[in-house]
Design a protein around this ligand. Structure first.
Ligand code: BEZ
Length: 228
């Protein structure tokens, strides 16, 4: 089962957008690779409509979407056509899913990624999310059970948090959103710890030597991480 920090396991497969070679096709981009339990099911339908409606928001942060279930290609195609032609969810209708949906009847890819959890269901993938960075390294793994639809604002928040952490060499605290104060790395020496506590470090405010924050305005973050 892959872990955070591991290279994303590679695979080739058919998708609703043609063949895929993952993660090689996505070098230089962030990717959210996610699984859903089954085509033609309601929670999954609501998720696909939401993801498709938000695809441009993810693309603005250089983030592609790739879905997978253990259904076949023709089932995927028929389901995505039905979604576009018939389904309304909240204010979404006529939604076209333009990102690839991987067919995985053999469950080979789902097994490779630890998406099958037999205690939950041995013939369906759980709702797994892998956020993969531009070098093909897994940076986040989130699992949801079959009954619970994902929160897509949270996935976008995590993408922005990872990109902010990489660009500014900071960490992000609980419930962080761009514009909130960020955590600066812990003081690496007694001297730095003393300077920080004395308030001598530009813009850095410390609660204690190990808990220091600074402001990065939301527009500065956006200029740094938004796709040019
Ligand atoms: C759904 O997407 O609605 C669903 C799929 C599998 C089990 C339960 C719900």
């Amino acid at each position: 089962m892959p872990r955070i920090g591991d290279p994303a396991p590679s695979f080739t497969a058919e998708t609703t957008q043609g063949p895929i070679n993952f993660p090689a096709d996505y070098v230089g981009q962030w990717v959210i690779f996610f699984s859903h339990p089954a085509d033609f099911t309601p929670v999954c339908t609501s998720e696909f409509m939401t993801f498709a409606a938000m695809a441009d928001k993810f693309a603005a942060y250089n983030t592609a979407l790739v879905g997978l279930s253990v259904d076949g290609l023709y089932s995927h195609i028929a389901w995505l056509r039905t979604i576009k032609e018939k389904i309304t969810f909240r204010d979404m209708h006529d939604v076209e899913v333009k990102f690839p949906l991987v067919e995985d009847i053999s469950m080979e890819v789902a097994q490779k990624y630890g998406m099958i959890m037999p205690g939950e269901d041995s013939t369906k993938a759980v709702r797994a999310v892998f956020i993969v960075d531009p070098k093909g390294v897994i940076r986040t793994i989130i699992y949801y059970p079959l009954s619970t639809g994902r929160n897509f604002d949270e996935l976008l928040r995590v993408v922005k948090a990872l990109q902010t952490a990489d660009h500014f060499d900071v960490a992000t605290p609980a419930d962080w959103r761009p514009g909130d104060r960020v955590i600066v790395p812990p003081a690496g020496s007694c001297g730095t710890a003393k300077e920080r506590m004395a308030g001598d470090t530009d813009g850095v405010e410390c609660e204690d030597w190990f808990f220091c924050t600074k402001e990065i305005p939301a527009d500065e973050i956006d200029r740094a991480i938004r796709k040019k």
